[in-house]
Design a protein around this ligand. Structure first.
Ligand SMILES: NC(=O)c1ccc[n+]([C@@H]2O[C@H](COP(=O)([O-])OP(=O)(O)OC[C@H]3O[C@@H](n4cnc5c(N)ncnc54)[C@H](O)[C@@H]3O)[C@@H](O)[C@H]2O)c1
Length: 287
């Protein structure tokens, strides 16, 4: 397939670019910073908020994968995160619709539910939670993820382009995920708090990339968003114990066995049949 990838030299983009190239896709990749570009990929350096740059990109492709974004809120530059993430996304989605691109795959975030970066401690209303969990916004990063999902809905209404939003959890290399699990095991206070706020979710970047391949191989229509996480957690204790300690107000809808994830990804699995393969090795980590 002919694919345009944004955010290509970022953490997830680098893995996605490599995986797409290895799968034989014809990839044009773009980012505002350079990086490690696999052979065969056409890399274009540029700024997605710049209209002229967007106009110069070839949207005559089968799929757009949009990962170009600031991936967290900055307290002192809240407006910069909003401006950047909403503006880039609107333009990319609009150009894709205008060019009848078959599918746009984009990164939303589990942060959309509002627990991750909230000032006041925020717990999910219920668990396990599917995509119907209410959204609570305390900062621009989560807010712009919601704006982007609504933007996708609008362009899906106005065109034949399908929009698939992936609500990623903490997504990184297995080395970084395991380091995060070890820090929790060893009681590092800051990590323990962060992990509880991100609901102990994770996804190996290789699974993010292969999930995207599954979407390219599947059928998509309209505008849909999916929770897409590993089926377990990074926590050192069973999920029911972690919930009782850190999120005691969360209503447990059905028992979560062992170290099972709080996230219900059944909608994602039913749509594309992909289950994450790269899971943390609890035995090796002693948790
Ligand atoms: N990594 C995670 O834990 C995680 C979790 C949930 C969602 N996400 C989402 O996944 C996507 C990718 O995240 P990541 O972790 O790879 O972040 P990253 O910062 O490593 O990569 C994002 C890339 O986008 C580029 N970019 C940002 N604004 C741009 C602009 N205006 N013009 C051109 N390029 C621009 C950056 O240069 C960067 O290379 C983001 O949408 C992020 O919100 C990431």
């Amino acid at each position: 397939m002919k694919i345009l990838l944004t955010g290509a030299t970022g953490l997830i983009g680098t893995e996605v670019m490599k995986t797409l190239a290895a799968a034989g896709h014809q990839v044009t990749a773009t980012d505002r910073k350079g990086g490690d570009i696999p052979s065969g990929v056409n890399f274009i350096l540029g700024e997605l908020t710049d209209d002229k740059f967007i106009e110069s990109l070839d949207f005559n492709v089968d799929a757009v994968i949009h990962l170009g974004s600031i991936p967290r809120p900055f307290d002192d530059r809240d407006f910069e995160v909003f401006d950047n993430n909403v503006s880039c996304t609107y333009k990319v989605f609009a150009k894709a619709a205008a060019n009848n691109v078959k599918v746009v795959i984009y990164a939303s975030s589990l942060s959309i539910y509002g627990t991750a970066w909230s000032g006041p401690w925020t717990s999910p209303e219920f668990a396990p939670f599917d995509e119907s969990l209410p959204l609570h916004h305390y900062e621009s990063y989560a807010l712009c993820k919601e704006v982007n999902e609504r933007t996708a809905d609008m362009w899906a209404n106005r065109s034949k382009t399908a929009y698939v939003g992936l609500r990623f959890p903490f997504c990184n290399s297995m080395q970084a995920i395991e380091a995060h699990a070890i820090a929790q095991r060893d009681g590092d206070e800051e990590t323990v708090t962060v992990a509880a706020k991100i609901l102990w979710g994770y996804l190996d970047v290789r699974d993010a990339a292969h999930g995207i391949l599954a979407i390219l191989a599947g059928n998509s229509a309209g505008s849909k968003t999916y929770n897409f996480t590993a089926p377990d957690t990074t926590a050192p204790h069973p999920t029911s114990e972690m919930l009782a300690k850190f999120h005691p107000t969360t209503k447990v809808l059905k028992p979560i066995a062992g170290y099972g994830s709080l996230t219900d990804c059944s909608r994602w699995i039913a749509a594309y049949g992909y289950q994450p393969m790269h899971l943390i090795d609890r035995k090796k980590l002693g948790i």
